[in-house]
Ligand binder design. Structure first.
Ligand code: S3P
Length: 416
């Protein structure tokens, strides 16, 4: 097999969620194109519709008629999506909505006090299942606070910012390390009273609704990462990834790949709607090990499963530390990476907050326990490109969460 071709990806998942939510706050019709095709973003859409926001398709575009939110008559089903749950908790709290949030088994086991704590300090009345879903929020008057988040999480930061849009006074949120900043950038672009000073974001209550916007969402770098890795791993490969989001809070994986020695060329870079976007060429070259520490984790937090696969083929000792957040993602990703790589014959060592891999190692095909986690499924499918023997995934369909087209893209290479 050779990985060759030019690829484009459906819209970035983080920006897609935010585009729908912000459009819902606008006074009139916004037009979003290249929205993420994943089921997570569908969950956000359905929850907004259940709160009275009208959303329809117009060809390939999605039209959102924003305005006033209403109490949903049924629980909001957030499916598998942490971003839907956490950002909507903040947004709906700020809009004075009564709502119950539910989700699938994975989502129902994920920590939500990281959101409920700041929101309750702002005055939100809520009930939860010991800090997890189901959660019910009650219409409450919110006031601005100064919140220092203990975790570097864009979901926490964004929930507080969204709540701040409906809170009296000014809200400040400080994070320990910079996480993805799309919420801040998009709100600033829409003219909200928001400012960022190093790790602190300041937001004031919205005094009038935002004006509708048009946005074409740039390609998702977290999806592109799997194909970049495939090209970096398979001899004689070369791939071009077009119109990929290149926001510096999201490019940690590509920086790591370059540092490992992969062939990489930025063909073009430009600005679109406040975000940097680029075309990138990736080709196979021998890889070296890399060390990644806590301060760099937020920039590649979703790419660590595929980074682990790359590390198995790199010369030397790769060590990932300070990535304890991976234990509370769609599954315990540190455990899932270690368990599956060990089954493939890797000598990976599990740590509390990461892992160590000594490469290069010959991997063998195995039965992969995806834990219904899309990024585990995609990373181990790519591992199959360089393993001795086939990979069998227990639930390949879980890729639909972020990239339903994944296996169609993979099949193109299998034929080459
Ligand atoms: C996201 C933030 C990250 C990331 C998730 C999407 C977002 O989560 O892992 O896939 O869109 O804000 P945390 O903020 O919890 O790290």
């Amino acid at each position: 097999m050779i990985v060759r071709g030019t690829l484009m990806f459906s819209g970035d998942k983080s920006i897609s969620h935010r585009a729908l939510m912000l459009a819902a706050l606008c006074n009139g019709e916004s037009c979003i194109s290249n929205l993420s095709t994943g089921t997570d973003v569908q969950s956000t859409r359905k929850c907004l519709e259940a709160c009275g926001i009208k959303i329809r398709e117009d060809g390939h575009d999605v039209i959102v008629k924003g305005g006033t939110f209403s109490d949903p008559s049924k629980p909001l089903n957030c499916g598998n999506s942490g971003t839907t749950t956490r950002l909507l908790l903040g947004l709906l709290a700020g809009q004075g909505i009564n709502a119950k949030f539910v989700g699938d088994d994975s989502l129902s086991s994920r920590p939500m006090n990281r959101i409920l704590d700041p929101l309750s300090q702002m005055g939100l009345k809520s009930e939860s299942n010991a800090g997890k879903l189901p959660i019910t929020i009650y219409k409450s008057d919110l006031s601005g606070i100064q919140y220092k988040s203990p975790v570097a999480s864009a979901q926490v930061k964004s929930a507080v910012i969204f709540a701040g849009l409906g809170a009296s006074g000014t809200t400040f949120v400080t994070e320990p390390t910079l996480s993805r900043n799309h919420t801040e950038k998009m709100l600033a672009g829409l003219g909200a009273d928001i400012s960022v000073n190093e790790l602190t974001t300041t937001i004031s209550k919205l005094i009038s609704p935002l004006s509708p916007f048009e946005l074409s969402v740039p390609g998702d770098p977290s999806t592109a990462a799997f194909f970049a890795a495939a090209a970096a791993l398979v001899p004689n490969s070369e791939i071009i990834l077009n119109r990929v989001l290149a926001n510096p809070t999201r490019t940690g994986f590509f920086a790591a790949l370059e540092k490992m020695g992969a062939g990489m060329e930025c063909l073009k870079q430009w600005n679109e709607g406040g975000e940097t976007v680029g075309n990138l060429k990736i080709f196979q070259k021998p890889l070296n090990a890399i060390s990644i520490e806590e301060v760099n984790i937020p920039k590649l937090v979703d790419e660590i499963p595929i980074l682990a696969i790359l590390a198995t083929q790199a010369n030397g000792k790769t060590e990932i530390s300070g990535a304890g957040e991976l234990r509370v993602k769609e599954c315990d990703r540190i455990r899932a990476i270690c368990e599956n790589l060990q089954n493939m014959g890797s000598g990976i060592t599990e740590k509390k907050d990461g892992f160590i891999i000594e490469g290069p190692e010959q991997l063998k095909g195995a039965f992969i326990k995806t834990k219904n986690d899309h990024r585990i499924a995609m990373a181990f499918t790519i591992a199959g490109f360089i393993s001795d023997g086939p990979m069998i995934l227990d639930n390949p369909e879980c890729v639909d969460i972020s990239f339903p087209e994944f296996f169609t893209y993979v099949q193109k290479f299998e034929k080459q």
